[in-house]
Design a protein around this ligand. Sequence first.
Ligand code: PEP
Ligand code: MG
Length: 312
Amino acid sequence: TGVLTTPPFVGPGATSDGHRVVLGSNVGAPRDVARAVERGAEGVGLFRTEFCFLDRDIEPSIPEQVAEYRQVFAAFPDQRVVVRTLDAGSDKPLPFLTADDEPNPALGVRGVRTARRNPDVLERQLAAIAEAAQHETAEIWVMAPMIATLAETQEFAARARGAGIGTVGVMIETPAAALTASELMGVVDFVSIGTNDLAQYTLAADRVLGDLADLADPWQPALLRLIGLVGEAGSATATPVGVCGEAAAEPALGAVLVGLGVTSLSMAARAITPVGRRLAELSIDTCRSAAAAATAASDAHGAREAALAILG
Ligand code: PEP
Ligand code: MG
């Protein structure tokens, strides 16, 4: 780690004809912060706050949370850091918050749903994020995971704004959220598509089962069509639309996502240089043509082939 094999991509991210695409990094562990800075990330597109809570039997106090968040924010002065509130449950269990006896944990009380029974945990987290933001120059955006309905979006937005958060968003990780994206955009300032979960729920294929990886493939036309709906809603309402799932890390797919209307990509730090370079070689029209061809394909393999034929 820390050994640079290629010089880092020098942003800002954009297509060859200057269509701007913010290239952020995902941060899911303390070591990711230095890597993101090293690889030239334009801030953080997904701060997975679970790592500040894992290995703990009880919830960290507000001052403890403030200290953890400030460490991340301080590494990105004047840059954007998109903080995701706790995404506990399913693949990320937390002893003080989630049940371990659900028959279908991926369909259970996870993500923002944990606030139904434990609203105080979310309240304290939002208070800690708002306080940490006051001490640092990073521009803090805050979003909720696992949103399914407009009502959940309204409730989260009200809580976050009440806590003093200025820029509030939701993740699009369920087909329901993708299909209603334009309504959700009426209450939040931005959305970010989590393609790992959106693929899992669209294809009804567990994201951690290697045997079903062909179904949970981000090139599945059904997934691309849902992303296209969100991109169109974003363009129509001038709402930023990010992608922060693994799909954003594959250069050709990143170009297709941009063609579908996505305005920022967030990925593991090591992917920033290849994704940034690829995008810089392509015009926005080429990205849009590749997106149209991939979306019209009849399967994931065909979608990838069709996009690559256009992207070169
Ligand atoms: C996703 O679901 O695509 C996502 C970015 O969130 P996570 O992988 O943490 O569930
Ligand atoms: Mg997710």
